[in-house]
Write a protein that binds this ligand. Structure first.
Ligand code: ZN
Length: 95
């Protein structure tokens, strides 16, 4: 087994760890459906980006889009900022 020749100094260890922090995700409100979405990304709720339908949505008989549950994989990627936002949303829904 390879063994390090000498101890890594506190400075070098901390310099390596400067890149380990969780990035803050930039979340905006969708101008069309007012749900939370990633900035410069297609809205996952309504499938629109800059008033253009990118992801065609399934529509019911009245022409309204059928709501689907948001994918959970996105929540895992997002940092603590989204968790705060989602908890605030839940609080708003309770009221
Ligand atoms: Zn939307």
């Amino acid at each position: 087994m390879a063994v390090p020749k000498r101890k890594i100094s506190r400075t070098n260890r901390d310099k390596r760890r400067t890149h380990d922090r969780i990035k803050i995700v930039n979340i905006n409100e969708c101008p069309r459906c007012h749900s939370k979405k990633l900035a410069h990304h297609v809205c996952q709720a309504c499938g629109y980006y800059k008033n253009t339908e990118i992801i065609p949505q399934e529509k019911d008989a009245k022409g309204k889009p059928i709501k689907k549950e948001a994918p959970k994989a996105e929540e895992k990627e997002a940092g603590s900022k989204e968790k705060e936002a989602s908890s605030k949303e839940k609080e708003a829904e309770v009221k």
